[in-house]
Design a protein around this ligand. Structure first.
Ligand code: DGL
Length: 254
């Protein structure tokens, strides 16, 4: 039993979509959420820079007494998780685009994997493509996380950007769409409107939290189950509005 908080980190608001899932599956844990808003987006930085920034965020969370870390960002996981696991001895849970569950679905047509340019270019995703990518098409989505950061979750601007990104795929059969960036579940409604009804939009959040639960249990780090559910928000940006926005995103129903 261990009452210390679980640390979550992302380049901004995206990881809140994973934290939301954690509150469902692990309601008795306490959480520290760190958004590196001052340095967002990560998706167009070099892997070295992303590694440094992620390292800094993880150091901050461990210094504050976290018992485990969830890198609630596909981009940061791709660039930094391997290195951080070598250096640190606490559980580090990362993310990857949910291509495997999408590939295992029945049906025909392509699987569109929406993610940042960096996530799609790094070896972690290349390995995933070799195993499960037979019908997969990587779709880089520059500008999309910025919509979420600025609170634009639907409307003309988001639809225009999505139209630009998704128009090449509108005339082909699509079996599933993978939301390979933790910001994108907040755009679920807008993204779904570009596809036929019933096309599944799959994110990796539930699987990531199941893995967190497994690791906490293996290491005997689960809380005693009596209290918990406290969330403390931190940001690299000093504007207090950023913390308010994090709280609001957690309450959203998307
Ligand atoms: N939320 C992040 C991810 O899952 C990345 C967004 C960004 O900073 O570009 O990849």
């Amino acid at each position: 039993m261990d009452q210390r908080p679980v640390g979550f980190l992302d380049s901004g608001l995206g990881g809140i979509s994973v934290l939301r899932e954690a509150l469902q599956q692990l309601p008795h844990e306490d959480y520290l959420y760190y958004g590196d808003t001052a340095n967002a987006p990560y998706g167009d930085k070099s892997p070295e820079e992303i590694l440094q920034l992620t390292h800094r965020g993880v150091d901050k969370l461990t210094a504050l007494g976290c018992k485990a870390i969830v890198i609630a960002c596909n981009t940061a996981t791709s660039a930094a998780a391997g290195r951080l696991r070598q250096e640190l001895c606490l559980p580090i849970i990362g993310m990857e685009p949910a291509l495997k569950p999408a590939a295992l679905l029945e049906g025909t047509g392509s699987i569109l994997v929406m993610a940042t340019r960096v996530t799609l270019a790094l070896p972690k995703f290349q390995t995933l493509m070799e195993k499960y990518g037979e019908n997969a098409i990587p779709v880089p989505c520059p500008g999309l996380m910025e919509c979420v950061e600025s609170g634009k979750l639907e409307g003309d601007e988001v639809n225009a950007l999505l139209g630009k990104i998704l128009s090449p795929y509108r005339r082909q059969p699509v079996k599933a769409v993978v939301l390979g960036c933790t910001h994108y579940p907040f755009l679920r409604k807008a993204i779904a409107s570009f596809f036929a009804p019933g096309v599944p939009l799959i994110d990796g959040n539930a699987g990531t939290v199941r893995q967190l639960k497994r690791r906490l249990s293996e290491e005997n780090l689960l809380s005693d189950g009596l209290a918990g559910g406290r969330i403390t928000y931190l940001s690299s940006c000093e504007d207090p509005k950023v913390i308010e926005r994090m709280q609001r995103m957690l309450e959203l129903n998307s």
